[in-house]
Design a protein around this ligand. Sequence first.
Ligand code: HEM
Length: 147
Amino acid sequence: MNTSITDIDLSSLKKALTTATLSQQMVSLASNTFRLAASAITRLQQQQQREAELASLAHLPEYSLEQVSWHDQEDDCWIVLNDKVYNVTKLIHNHPGGSEVMMEQAGRDATLAFRSVGHSIDTIEQVDEFLVGILPAKERIYLRPAK
Ligand code: HEM
């Protein structure tokens, strides 16, 4: 059989291309596997953090949204932030953002209003000084165990 130089070149080129494609597929498979593993670890860590936070709040009394709504006066003001109940009566007249914004949220879930202001990290870490309770499980949005 007569094999020309061009035939040999073509066959080596095909082999090289197949090897390159296979290597590319292996790299992509490895990177997908790595990404999946990283996101599984992140999910597990978030779940552990949520469970630890839930455990640390277990001693608090439960107040329903309706019960919170009874405290909507300047001398008796509660709000809900991230499923937790805060008695902010003492804060109203010392609040750097003013008493009006606070009274607009009195007796209500103020989570979105609080977040949209962009309170500083220091403030976010200090709100628990006003913590008095937690919403019952069926009314919670954020503090739920993972399914
Ligand atoms: C326990 C609850 C709250 C605490 C301890 C708190 C504390 C503070 C503090 C310390 C500041 C000064 C800026 C900062 O350091 O973040 C601030 C600003 C402010 N807060 Fe609150 N706040 C609370 C709830 C709320 C709620 C429910 C609202 C409703 C919208 C609100 C609206 C504002 C506004 C509008 C400002 C002014 C932001 C600015 O001038 O840039 N805060 N708050």
